[in-house]
Design a protein around this ligand. Sequence first.
Ligand code: AP5
Length: 223
Amino acid sequence: MGNERVFRVVFLGPPGAGKGTQARLLEEGIGACRLSTGDILRQAVEEQTPLGKEAADYLHQGQLVPDEMMLKLIGERLSQADCRSSFILDGFPRTVAQADGLERILKELGSELDFVLCLRVPNETIIQRLAGRRTCKGCGAVHHVAFSPPARAGRCDGCGGELYQREDDREEKIAARLSVYETQTTPLAEYYRKRGLLREIDGSGNIEQVRSRAFQALGANAA
Ligand code: AP5
C-alpha cells in the first residue's frame, strides 16, 4: 500500500479486541502517525510525569481518565506536524464527550475523520486475549502466551525487552473494564454510524485474518 492516500482512522472496540495489534499493522502499512492513548498514559505513569500521577489510579482501576485530560492530550498531539495528514487513533475517543471534542479539534485543524473501524469480538475471546497478553517494558509491543508467543520466553521479539502482564489485565480488573466499555463507549458506534463513518468488522479469528478484513474495510490493499 502506498502512503500517498490520506487515512484518518479511529479504532473502536472493547478491551482486548485487537485494536492495538491492528493499529500497529496499519501504521506499518501506511506510515501514518499512530496515537494509542493507553500507551501514552502507561508511559506517563511509568515516568511519573504530572499527567501520569493524575492518571495512575484511573488506569489501575480500569476506569476512564477524565475527558478534559484526554482532549488536551489528543489536541496537542494532533496539531503536531507528524499527525497533520494521516493518523490512526487507538483507544480514543471513548465517550460521546470525547467524540464531540475530537470533531471540534479536527475542525479547527481543517481536518476530519475518514473511517471509524469497530472490531466485534465475543466476550470469551476477549478474556482469553487479555489474560494471555504480555506487553514489552521496552517498546510496548504486545505478545500473547498462546496466540503470538515470543521466540524467547519472557522477552520481546522486537527489542528483547522484558515482557510483563499489565496490572489491568488481571482477571478482577477485566470485568470492570468491560462494564466501562459497555456503558461509556458502545454509544459511539451509533454516533459514528449516523455520520456514515462506521465500518464494523469481525475481530475473531487470527491476527492475519482480522488484518485482511480491516484493510478491506478501509479500502486499502491487504497484500
Ligand atoms: P488501553 O490501553 O486503550 O486499553 P483497552 O482499550 O482496554 O485496549 P487494550 O489495550 O486492552 O486492547 P486492544 O484492543 O488494543 O488489544 P491488543 O491488540 O493489545 O487503555 C488502558 C486504560 O487507559 C483505560 O482503561 C483507561 O484507564 C485509560 N485510557 C486510555 N484511553 C483513554 C481514553 N480515551 N479516555 C479515558 N481513559 C483512557 O490485543 C490483546 C491481546 O490479544 C494481545 O496479546 C494480542 O497479541 C492478542 N491478539 C490480538 N488480536 C488477536 C487475534 N486476532 N487473534 C489472537 N490473538 C490476538
